[in-house]
Design a protein around this ligand. Structure first.
Ligand code: KIV
Length: 271
């Protein structure tokens, strides 16, 4: 008799129920199999294969250079590891802004070639046609409003967005539009906590905040930042749960010194 216990996969429907009963949603990024397995096992509800891979995995200054093929590579590794979490994959810059057919083809590639469960797209009313076309094909879509890093050259800085009423009003309207189109959730990045609270309370679908305060229905962080692997990045919103860069540096220094001192490997570590 098999003792294998089936793990119940988080679905967009379950996320909706979590919002309804006031249970917060935990989301983290992952970009490879080993990290995703740890994240999934630790109970994270949504794994985001973010285009932040462009920064933390490839060392680019922005998220713009990462390609659809590269996102599919990262996503397929994560999907193989995720037993419980819902896997959301960013549509990268240039793969959906052209027209809705191109957007749909990109989303289909992510679902088909990576085996992802959903996609995420930055923007509001201006991408409505693409969002709608992807949703019509049966692909769940998560929105992303506020600081949208794919538009960094338009903004000019990574500072807090929607501080002024005109931009706040646009964000409110964008959020309602994305909900109306059928998105299952919206990431709110780096906006005032009061605005994030208002938007979260006005929507039926969950909001996931990053630098958007405690009233969002869930939170997301980039795993390299919260584990302290990426030492240079320390914005106010980031809570660092570990200092892995220091731990790894110490371990690697010990290894180098053992090799140099000829103390590794010893007799028990050979055949
Ligand atoms: O790419 C990413 O990691 C993201 C999060 C910051 C929300 O979009």
């Amino acid at each position: 008799m098999s003792v294998h216990k089936e793990v119940k996969r988080i679905t967009t429907h379950i996320l909706q129920e979590m919002k309804s009963r006031g249970e917060k949603i935990a989301m983290l990024t992952a970009y490879d199999y080993s990290m995703a397995a740890i994240v999934d096992e630790a109970g994270v509800d949504i794994i985001l294969v973010g285009d932040s891979a462009s920064n933390v995995m490839a060392g680019h200054e922005t998220t713009l250079p990462i390609t659809l093929d590269q996102m599919i590579y990262h996503a397929s590794s994560v999907v193989r590891a995720a037993k419980r979490a819902l896997v959301v994959v960013d549509l990268p810059f240039g793969s959906y802004q052209g027209n809705s057919k191109e957007a749909l083809n990109s989303a289909i590639r992510i679902m088909k070639e990576a085996g992802a469960h959903s996609v995420k797209m930055e923007g509001g009313v201006e991408i409505a046609e693409s969002v709608s076309r992807i949703l019509t094909a049966g692909i769940p879509v998560m929105g992303h409003l506020g600081l949208t890093p794919q538009s960094i050259y338009k903004f000019g800085t990574y500072t807090v967005r929607a501080r002024h009423e005109a931009e706040a009003q646009k964000l409110r309207e964008d959020a309602l539009k994305l909900q109306e189109l059928g998105c299952f959730g919206i990431v709110l990045e780096k906006i005032p906590a009061t605005l994030a609270k208002e938007v979260s309370e006005s929507l039926n679908i969950p909001t996931i905040g990053i630098g958007a305060g405690r009233h969002c229905d869930g939170q997301v962080l980039v795993i390299h930042d919260m584990l302290g692997i990426n030492k240079a990045f320390k914005p106010r919103f980031l809570r660092q749960y570990a200092n892995l860069s220091e731990a790894m540096n110490g371990a690697i220094k010990n290894y180098v010194s053992d090799v140099k001192a000829k103390s590794f490997p010893d007799e028990t570590e050979q055949y």
